[in-house]
Design a protein around this ligand. Sequence first.
Ligand SMILES: NC(=O)CC[C@H](N)C(=O)O
Length: 213
Amino acid sequence: MGTTRDGGPVIGVLALQGDVREHLVALAEAGAAAARPVRRAEELAEIDGLVLPGGESTTMYKLAAAFGVLEPLRRRVAEGMPAYGSCAGMIMLADKILDAPSDQETVGGIDMIVRRNAFGRQNESFEAPVRFEGLEGLDADAPPLHGVFIRAPWVESVGGGVQVLARVESGPAEGRIVAVRQGNLLATSFHPELTGDNRVHAGFVRLVAEALR
Ligand SMILES: NC(=O)CC[C@H](N)C(=O)O
């Protein structure tokens, strides 16, 4: 889908709820030709890739269903449109979720089980360095990302086609998966959009550009 545009890909941010503005800024800084909010199915047809922001996934799901954007979004993701989800957005991209209301659905696409609010009360919000690999510009030698975790999910388990990009490196949650990639789909438990370090967004912009070729 999508057509090549001069100057780089056009990337949307699902703008139903959550930290939309921060992602728009990060995408613009990371080299997207245009970054625009997306609320409706028609707008979804005009983008080359989509970011699903951080926020609250139960609300995001309900609004996506109410705005009639959930099914079209599932279709475009199934057709191969690149997408990146941070935190609540990661939950939205999971094929299966735990500790969510029983009627909460996702867009899906990544063969993983994600646990909401997984880090528990004591560790509800915290910051930690995250070494990230498997995305252009973010190999094992790159300086770590500053991981901002806010009532964050973790990835409980992944299927065979999913690449693990980062794990928690110390503390009680050591070893837990916090970043993954499956094909054109990318997800992080944490919020690079809140840090001013746009390397994950730059990697995503490149991924979208490559998918257009
Ligand atoms: N910072 C976040 O996006 C938190 C995610 C939130 N706990 C949820 O379930 O959607």
